[in-house]
Design a protein around this ligand. Structure first.
Ligand SMILES: [Mn+2]
Length: 462
């Protein structure tokens, strides 16, 4: 059931003004639908509901089947779901229209049955369809089953243009959003501390995931922000490893990539630590390299810094470290130019985070992801600005699929010591990830309270 939104009405009002101002439309209208629950095929159940981020950003509401509409004459109009009495038996009563007005700061709040008339009045005018587009395919779920007969004329060019503007607005987090993101980071910290304390030989990845997620919820999370990753030993080299029932063994590293959803905002943190509580000398060497590079990258988060440049800087520093460790051979810059580093760090340095874990607006509208091996999984390409919240998450992996690939072995025969790399397959992989606010000055690390130096990790594991 909907509770009072975490973002106060005056802040939601600012979101709406910012977005409507950038839309700058003179006719027609906009629909921003919340989305409908997604059925689990073959059952009478549904997947956990996820409200569309644009609808949430503008209303603070997360109730399925609701719609925010906009037109240049009336401004924003909200269509709230009023349950039938049978639904109230199963789901409880929804908030009254006045309660919704108070929560959202919206004045024009009507029962959802009025949506039909709103669309009918704009028949054959250009309409942009933002939010969840399931309103076009499942209009009955929004109580407008006659949508086809209403001659709703979507202007797809307008939809694309307006979607870009709302993504741009969502990039810069305001103080009300940052407050919630700090709460999310606090829940995330508690879960990671519990993981470090609880992990022990014989425990399974799945058992540890349960502990982490339980702690998130105790600290106010509604649910995990994404599928929790717990990966020990070789599994650490599988980038999105679903926890298995494989027991931890002393000598292995465990990588935990887990975040919490608190009041609609996400956290996303990764830490790697030893099952035994003590790093081996080899683990220390590789971990220290990654930590130094991660800390340098976090400290470089400043207005004007191009995130793609920061990613490439990290690649060069990781390549330099891998040369020192005898795994790569050559000049770090030229190794990165030919993507040799990407065998060991194939993913991007990070992404924007907010209402979504991989938040909208990562790429500027006129930039495209590269198809280069070392850049194709980079989720962000733009200059940083104050109010951006980004993850900084370099990793180092010894990935069987890449190291045993005959084409890559041929291509990088002169650059990679494959024997040395293969000896590290059991090392698996490590990643260090923090959530960082770009400010006018020093970056603020939302997740700074989660141990990441070797001393702090070994202490937290005791
Ligand atoms: Mn991440």
């Amino acid at each position: 059931m909907q509770q009072m939104p975490s973002i106060p009405p005056d802040a939601l009002e600012v979101h709406r003004e910012r977005v409507a101002g950038s839309w700058n439309i003179l006719d027609g209208g906009v629909l921003v639908a919340a989305g409908l629950p997604v059925p689990i095929a073959g059952t009478d159940g549904c997947h956990d509901f996820h409200v569309h981020g644009d609808h949430f950003y503008l209303t603070g509401m997360n109730v399925p089947g609701q719609v925010l509409a906009f037109d240049p004459d009336d401004g924003f109009t909200f269509f709230a779901r009023m349950s039938a009495s049978d639904d109230r038996v199963w789901e409880g009563s929804p908030p009254s229209l006045d309660t919704v007005r108070g929560w959202t700061g919206l004045e024009r709040v009507f029962p959802r049955e009025a949506l039909f008339a709103w669309i009918e009045a704009r028949r054959q005018n250009p309409i942009a369809v933002l939010g969840n587009r399931d309103i076009l395919t499942s209009p009955a779920g929004y109580e407008v089953p006659e949508l086809d007969e209403l001659w709703l004329t979507e202007d797809t060019g307008r939809t694309a243009r307006l979607a870009h503007h709302i993504a741009a607005a969502r990039r810069v987090k305001d103080p009300a959003e940052l407050k919630v993101m700090r709460d999310s980071a606090a829940a995330c910290r508690a879960g990671h501390l519990r993981a470090m304390r609880m992990a022990t030989q014989g425990m399974t990845e799945r058992e540890l995931a349960v502990e982490i997620e339980a702690e998130f919820r105790r600290r106010g999370a509604r649910r995990p922000a994404y599928h929790t990753i717990v990966a020990a030993g070789r599994n650490g080299a599988v980038l999105h490893c679903t926890p298995t029932d494989k027991p931890f063994r002393n000598g292995e590293l465990v990588t935990v990539d887990a975040g919490a959803e608190v009041d609609g905002y996400m956290s996303d943190v990764t830490r790697s630590f030893p099952v035994s509580g003590v790093f081996t000398p080899e683990q220390r060497d590789i971990y220290s390299l990654l930590l130094a590079v991660q800390e340098a990258a976090v400290n470089t988060v400043r207005p004007g810094v191009e995130f793609r440049e920061l990613h490439l800087m990290v690649c060069v520093e990781l390549a330099r470290g891998l040369v020192d460790l005898g795994i790569l051979t050559g000049a770090p810059e030229s190794l990165v130019e030919r993507d040799a580093h990407a065998l060991f760090f194939p993913h991007g340095l990070g992404h924007m985070i907010g209402i979504a874990t991989h938040d909208v607006g990562g790429y500027l509208a006129d930039r495209q992801p590269s198809d280069r091996f070392g850049l194709k999984w980079l989720r962000m390409d733009q200059p940083l600005k104050p109010g951006h919240v980004v993850t900084i998450e370099p990793g180092l992996y010894f990935i069987e699929a890449l190291l045993t690939d005959s084409k890559r072995r041929e291509e990088f025969a002169d650059a990679v010591n494959f024997d040395a790399a293969e000896r590290l397959l059991d090392f698996g992989g490590i990643r260090i990830e923090d959530d960082v606010i770009c400010t006018e000055d020093e970056p603020e690390v939302l997740t700074a309270g989660i141990p990441k130096t070797i001393d702090d990790l070994e202490a937290a594991c005791r």
